[in-house]
Design a protein around this ligand. Structure first.
Ligand SMILES: C[S@@+](CC[C@H](N)C(=O)[O-])C[C@H]1O[C@@H](n2cnc3c(N)ncnc32)[C@H](O)[C@@H]1O
Length: 281
């Protein structure tokens, strides 16, 4: 049986190794994961330690410092890219019913999808905006920290086997067309109508280290801040604050909120369940 103090020594050493590894990644590659929530970070880093055939987090530090390809693999492990089209259909329905009527009042609309992953979310937004007659006057920005997912997002081609789920999501989200009219089957992939991405700018952007680059009427940032510690959430909300027009809308993921942050008072809640907030001005 291990003595408790041996356990706490091991935990303190592990914490130190993680701190040093994250510092090394930051200084060598300018990716800043230092403020990410620890529990999930620890799990993912250990996954990479084993994946590299190593024994310790310090070993991973050495590997990362000397081998950029290893850094790519770490990046892949740390950026969880799970996503789907019309994910949480009731959220997309709320966007259509409560947010799009607000957007309609602007002659030109700018939307930022931050942490867009492989693009399923931005194509969902484009489809809904098109059905509401808003796509032509909307410029969408889809950004992510991870270049590899952006390549896939730009391609706009998703596994055909996912289409049954996405069709159900689309209909539950208030979709009004035949979902299959938006894509053509190409082998085992569904290639989405290229016209959907004409108004989309895809770009790498790191929410932790990069600044504001425009002012938006709607920011959709779902299932990204869930991986961040509270101080980092505050910093990202500050970035959003600098990137919004007056009365702009901020949409977060189901398990995310602004409630515990100093930004809460700046927003009114449009939909508490769907985590949709509107800036007070
Ligand atoms: C779980 S996915 C969410 C995708 C989509 N928003 C959704 O809800 O389906 C999280 C995404 O956030 C990205 N991400 C993580 N840290 C980031 C950062 N610091 N800046 C920008 N994107 C980040 C990851 O690369 C990943 O693609």
């Amino acid at each position: 049986m291990t003595h408790p103090s041996a356990d706490s020594h091991a935990a303190a050493r592990e914490d130190l190794e993680i701190d040093l590894l994250l510092e090394a990644i930051h200084r060598r590659y300018a990716y800043d994961f230092r403020g990410y929530a620890r529990a999930s970070l620890r799990r993912r880093l250990w996954h990479r330690v084993h994946g590299e055939g190593l024994r310790t987090l310090s070993g991973l530090q050495e590997q990362v410092l000397h081998d950029p390809a290893c850094m790519e693999r770490v990046l892949r492990d740390l950026s969880i890219n799970v996503t789907e089209m019309f994910r949480d259909p009731s959220f997309h329905r709320a966007l259509r019913e409560r947010v799009f009527p607000l957007l309609r009042t602007y002659p030109f609309i700018r939307v930022w999808n931050a942490g867009c992953s492989t693009g399923e979310e931005i194509y969902s937004l484009a489809i809904a905006l098109r059905e509401e007659g808003l796509l032509e006057r909307t410029r969408l920005y889809a950004t992510d920290i991870n270049d590899a997912v952006l390549v896939r997002a730009k391609a706009g081609s998703f596994p055909l086997e996912r289409m049954q789920l996405y069709t159900e999501n689309y209909l539950r989200a208030g979709g009004r067309e035949a979902f299959s009219s938006y894509y053509a089957a190409d082998g085992d992939h569904a290639r989405f109508d290229p016209a959907l991405r004409e108004g989309i700018v895809f770009a790498q952007h790191n929410l932790v280290t990069d600044g504001s680059f425009n002012e938006f009427h709607l920011i959709v940032c779902r299932n990204v801040m869930i991986y961040f510690g509270l101080p980092l959430q505050e910093a990202v909300l500050q970035l959003f604050d600098e990137s919004m027009t007056r009365f702009a809308v901020l949409a977060l993921g189901r398990k995310e909120s602004i409630g515990r942050t100093s930004h809460a008072e700046r927003y009114e809640t449009l939909d508490p369940a769907e985590k949709i907030f509107r800036r007070r001005g």
